[in-house]
Design a protein around this ligand. Structure first.
Ligand SMILES: CC(C)(COP(=O)(O)OP(=O)(O)OC[C@H]1O[C@@H](n2cnc3c(N)ncnc32)[C@H](O)[C@@H]1OP(=O)(O)O)[C@@H](O)C(=O)NCCC(=O)NCCS
Length: 392
């Protein structure tokens, strides 16, 4: 889809303020050591600068392997186009010189779902804090929007992160769900609002320091096991979903797309099948990540009732990211959510003792999930605004 030196935006160089730049598609290099990998490394550089500014750390920033794999793997499920704004000014702007990662001043992304939600494009722009307010974000956004329109998409989704969540009052924009708010006086909020986005939902990002409090976990484990009794059995999977369970697991992933609260976001079912589970699994490995899944089997029927999954980048031994957790509606009310989350925590301590913190995201109105996380000791770290724009 994108060639190494393909220019994405009309090839007009943008000259404004101290930085002159050009928007390009990120070339897909053969390897991360290749000279063409400048766009991947530049994307990572800007992503880390943006995250450092918001979170004070880079635990969550895209790494190079993930950036590359996002453009090459699983494109039949979600096509991903990456953009960069490349500064020309510093070195005179020779058009044919291969840029360096340090020339990248902004990064953009367009995600185009290919199975469910084919009316949607996810468009994101992030700009190095040292190069803001000069139109770089706008240029990336406009190119992203052009690609989304060209793909026939009618709904654009985006997000922005904010820390801390502001107190209620005139400086805050309240989520229409009634739970959560984001600061009005923030460049991300202003950028989204001035481009016609509406806030549809606020996600809470929380983190827990590991190991968790053992007395707390022991009490919760005992209660969850008693509630599940011998009606449910937990299985643990590391870095693979066993073929015997793969169709069942695809059902859970599909239900994840409809059963987790999504506020006013115009999203429909995102269907998973066995091939997609396999592709997702390969993609974790390609990105240099491991994962753990705990599932609860309903013993009487032999069907899966729920699961919880975490992933972890091998090159950041302290960091763990909570992926999906779901209990099917018909199995709720038996503490299965707590059961599978604790099973993951216990297994993580065994197989990856270097883990020091888990990050998780939940809709602010998702009281049941938040209650489990709060009981375990997760604490609020930041909030994410979920933005939506309907194209005319
Ligand atoms: C939001 C973000 C991408 C904006 O990047 P940016 O390069 O500063 O964006 P721009 O310069 O194009 O626009 C920012 C403001 O500067 C103004 N501006 C645009 N061109 C300008 C210029 N030549 N000179 C001065 N100001 C200019 C714009 O009017 C804009 O104001 P608005 O937000 O009220 O519309 C950046 O703040 C960022 O990376 N934030 C963190 C990630 C994030 O939240 N992304 C948004 C997801 S929706």
């Amino acid at each position: 889809m994108s060639g190494p030196s393909q220019t994405a935006a009309p090839a007009e160089d943008q000259v404004s303020g101290p930085t002159a730049w050009r928007v390009l598609r990120v070339p897909v290099p053969d390897s991360l050591d290749a000279p063409e990998a400048w766009g991947v490394h530049g994307t990572v550089r800007v992503g880390e600068a943006v995250d450092r500014e918001i979170h004070g750390h880079t635990d969550l920033a895209l790494d190079a392997a993930t950036t590359l794999v996002s453009m090459t793997a699983q494109q039949e499920y979600k096509k991903t186009v990456r953009l960069v704004a490349v500064a020309l000014g510093a070195r005179g702007g020779e058009p044919d010189r291969t840029p360096a990662a340090s020339d990248v001043v902004g990064r953009g992304m367009v995600g185009l779902p290919q199975k469910g939600n084919t009316h949607v494009a996810i468009v994101y722009a992030g700009v190095d804090p040292d190069h803001r307010g000069q139109g770089v974000g706008t240029a990336l956004w406009e190119e992203g929007l052009r690609i989304a329109r060209e793909a026939g998409r009618t709904v654009i989704l985006s997000d922005s992160s904010h820390s801390p969540e502001p107190p209620a009052g005139p400086g805050a924009l309240e989520s229409p769900t009634g739970s959560g708010r984001v600061p009005l006086d923030d460049p991300g909020t202003r950028f989204a609002l001035s481009r016609g986005f509406s806030l549809e939902q606020v996600m809470r990002h929380s983190a827990i320091s590991l190991p968790p409090r053992q007395d707390v976990v022991a009490r919760l484990r005992e209660a969850a096991r008693a509630a599940a009794a011998d009606r449910y059995r937990v299985h643990l999977w590391q870095d693979t979903v066993p073929e015997d369970w793969i169709d069942e697991f695809a059902v859970l992933e599909t239900r994840m797309s409809t059963d987790a609260p999504s506020g006013g976001l115009d999203l429909e079912e995102d269907p998973w099948d066995a091939d997609r589970v396999r592709a997702a699994s390969r993609s974790f490995a390609d990105r240099g990540q491991g994962y753990l899944i705990a599932v609860a089997e309903h013993v009487a029927t032999g069907r899966l009732a729920g699961f919880s999954m975490v992933s972890y980048p091998h090159d950041r031994p302290e960091v763990v990211v909570q992926e999906d957790t779901l209990v099917l509606r018909e199995h709720r009310g038996h503490q299965l959510g707590m059961l599978v989350k604790i099973a993951v925590l216990d297994e993580l301590a065994r197989v990856r003792p270097s883990s020091r913190r888990i990050h998780t995201w939940n809709a602010q109105e998702n009281r049941h999930m938040l209650a489990i996380n709060e009981a375990l000791g997760f604490e609020v770290a930041s909030v994410d605004a979920e933005w939506q724009l309907r194209l005319a």
